[in-house]
Each structure stands twice: as structure tokens, then as C-alpha cells.
Design a binder for this molecule. Sequence first.
Ligand code: B12
Ligand code: SF4
Length: 437
Amino acid sequence: MERLGPARYGRRMRVHLLDVAPRPGFKQHIPTLTLPRVAGCTPAGVDVAITDGRVEPIPSRIEADLVGMTFNCNNAPHAYRLARDLRDRGVTVIAGGTHATAIPDEVLEHFDALLTGEAEGGAWAELLGDFAAGRMKERYSNPGPPSLAGLRPPRLDLLSRRHWYIDFAPIEATRGCTHDCSFCFNSTIHGAGFRTRPVEEVVEDARRARSRRLMFMDDNLCGKPGYAKELLEALIPLKKQLFFQTHMLMAADDELLRLAALAGTRAVFVGIESFHSDSLSSVNKGWNRIRDYRRYMDAFHAHDIFVSGGLILGLDHDTPDIFDQTLAGLNAIGLDSAAINLVIPYPGTDDFRRYDAEGRILHRDWTRYDGENLVVRPALMSPEKLFEGYHHVIREFYRPRSYLRRMRWSGMPSRWYLYAVAWLREPRLRIVRRGLP
Ligand code: B12
Ligand code: SF4
């Protein structure tokens, strides 16, 4: 790896990486992989520190030559303010990550430079090299998605140990997805296509992990069933517990489920999205077939795998019936836990451009682009009806009686703790009176 010399300062360059959040929350978080990965591909000779704003306060004085920030859309306004303060104090501030990749022109108004796409592959090293030589440009990116073979280990050692993280080791095996759902950010960050890491390198990371519980940060671990089977089989001897995101179609492959169970899979997150087939087709997810949901859930449960599902309310074919339809559907398939969100077209996506062209974007307050607030005018109901129905679905789904009924029905008594954790941590249970613009 390239080494950066002390040419500019007469000492080692200091880089501080920040995961921006307005304030640390009270709940524990899963350790992030994003900034440890960026730190991992930082050239030798540079001192790197990480502050994860979700779990620790961002220091009021940062002693660094260069600050690199990552942030989601809803934390962007806070990141912009922070960048302005740091730049006023003479610190060079650069941005990276999903939001910066999606709308670079807006982000660049607040930062000295930005890196779009992934840090590996040379782009980050080039930025730092140019900065050290006093010739930093405004924009950096790789010519194409970098290879995932031989990635340097993520600097998880830089995450603060004093703060609240759940006992999980973050890990990744793939990037990208084999699908192209219109609301998803995947192709924006990773480009089209699905890349996999060599199985032996993932297994080595799993072996070295400090926790027994592995949380895969992949978008769709089972996007390529052949690769997933090879990986899961290789993980069996490690006797770890696995948690990952996958598509529903995984449950159609019994061999895959069997290997997942043997490898120690405890829970998966799947995109259910909707119980309305036209709404599914409208977001390019017509391949999710509602008639198969129940069969798939039974298959996951038969292997003792807890299933959390993502749902979106307010899609373009949703009428006011969607709320009861969704609740009936959720109870009928026996989904264990759910992340129920309102439609959020993230700026920079085709969905955003379409809603904008139709004059349906209600506001551009990025802090409210979090799935709990209304962002677009629904097509077939009033915004008030959608907001009310959204809260109704959450209240009913998490009503202790219906929750316990689904828990008994799944036939997984050994997984009681996952139900308890999912219920207690569900942020959407805060039934708040906000969200209408
Ligand atoms: C795993 C994951 C989670 C996990 C864990 C998050 C964590 N602890 O880090 C969980 C389940 C908790 C989660 C929750 C949420 N998530 Co999430 N999540 C992801 C996912 C699938 C992968 C992220 C990841 O770790 N990738 C692996 C790392 C290595 O890659 P990376 O983050 O892209 O970083 C690389 C590059 O982007 C770049 N880079 C990134 N930052 C920087 C900074 C600098 C300075 C540089 C140089 C480079 C750089 O270099 C890195 C290495 O290559 C992404 C989808 C995706 N493909 O990005 C969504 C995603 C990031 N999540 C998203 C959202 C909306 C959420 C939630 C708000 C959902 C909700 N409504 O509750 C919450 C809030 C989380 C929070 N408060 O932080 C959105 C963000 C959209 C946006 N622009 O705002 C995404 C993009 C999914 C989507 N909808 O398409 N998430
Ligand atoms: S299947 Fe999931 S990860 Fe893949 S494109 Fe669709 S929403 Fe994104």
C-alpha cells in the first residue's frame, strides 16, 4: 500500500472520520462497518480516528488536518452545519457515503471536496495524496466499482469501546444486489451488478471476529444462491450466530435454508414492501409474489429463522384499504417483526425525480426523510389519511396481544428473546403527532 509522507506538515497527517448524527441516541447500536472500512483503506503513514455520532458525542474541538464525514439523508443538514463550523476553523472537510454520492452538487456547497461511491479502489488514497501535496480537487471517484478481493481488514479497533454497541461483529461478503427496486439506493452507491468477496476472506474475517454474533451489512446476502451456499457451508464449523438481509426468494431454496440454519442463522431481514401487487410492480418489485409470502414464512420458521420484514405504505396504487389489507396480510403470513415506513424517495433517485416532476414532493426538509414522516403526496388518498393509517398499522401490529399470537404461531419458542428485543427496540412504537408538513 502507498505510504503518505509527512511532506506537508513535518509530521504525520491526521484524519478524523465522523459518522454524523445530531446527538447520540439512548438505544444501543450495531457497530458500523462504513468508517472502519474507509480507515482500513487509508494509506500507511496517516493517523486515523473515528467518532460514531450515533453512540458518542462529536467532540467540539477536532484536532485534525482533514475531517471525512459520512451521513444519511436525514442527517445531512446537521452534517452541513458541522462542516461549516469546522471549515470556519480552518479544517478541510470532505464528504462521502450515500447522500453525498446521490446529490453531490448540493453536498459540495458545504464541503471542500467529496468522494462518490466506494473508498476502496484508489479514490480515497488519491484524495489524501492530493491533499497532502496541496492540490486536492473537488470530486473523487473510482472509474468503476472496485474489486472486493483482498480488501484490507476494516479498522474496527478504532471504534470506541467506551460506548454503547450491541455485541455484534459487522462483516460483509457482497456489495450490490441482483435486483433494482426503484426506492433502493443500492445501484446509486454500488453501481449495477453484484460483487462477492472470496469466501475464504470472509471466513477469515468471521474467525477473527470478537463476537459470536455476525451482522452482515450486505444488502442481499443470498442474491447469488450458489455463492451464498458456498459461504454458509464454509461458516458452519465456526459455530457463529448469523444475522443478515436477504430477499424473500431465499425461502424458495430449501438447500439454502438448510445451510443457513446449519451455519447458525438466527434472524433475517427481508423486503416484503407491500400487500398490493400493483404497488409492488410500481417499484420494480413485481417478482415479490404475495401468494408465496405465507409459504416462504413457514419455510423460514421451519428452520427456526426469525423474520423481520420491511414494509412501505403510501405507494402509488395504495388506496385507504391498504391499511387493513396490510394488517390482515401480516397476521396471515405470521411475520415476526416489521419495519413499517412511509414512502421516502431519496433525493438523487429516479423516484425522487418522478415525484418532483409530478409536483408531489411536499417538502425538502431532509431531516424528515426518515420513513416516519410524510414526504410525498400519495396518489390515491389524502396525506392525512395516509399518516393516520400508517400509525394505525404500527399500533395494531405491535399490540402485545397480536404480537404474542404471532410469536406462538411461529412455533419458535427458542427465539423468544428475538421477539422481545424486536419489540423493545422498535422506534416506530413512538406514536408521535408529527410528520404532516
Ligand atoms: C447495514 C445497513 C443498515 C444497518 C446498520 C447500519 C450501521 N450500523 O452502520 C441498520 C439495519 C441498523 C440500518 C439502519 C438504517 N438504515 Co441502513 N443500510 C444499511 C446498508 C444495507 C449497508 C450499509 C453498510 O454498512 N455498507 C457497507 C459499507 C462498507 O459500505 P458503505 O456504507 O456504502 O460505505 C462505503 C462507501 O459508501 C464509502 N463511504 C461511505 N462513507 C464515506 C465517508 C468518507 C469520508 C469516504 C471517503 C467514503 C465513504 O466508502 C465505504 C467503503 O467502500 C445500506 C445500503 C447500502 N448499500 O449502502 C442501508 C442504508 C445506508 N440505510 C438507509 C436507511 C434509510 C436506514 C435507516 C434510516 C432506516 C430506517 N428508516 O430506520 C436506519 C437508520 C440507521 C442509523 N441511524 O444509522 C439508507 C440510507 C439512504 C439515505 N441516503 O439516507 C440505505 C442507503 C438503504 C436504502 N434505503 O437504500 N442500516
Ligand atoms: S432486493 Fe432489497 S437490496 Fe435489492 S434492490 Fe431491492 S430493496 Fe434494494
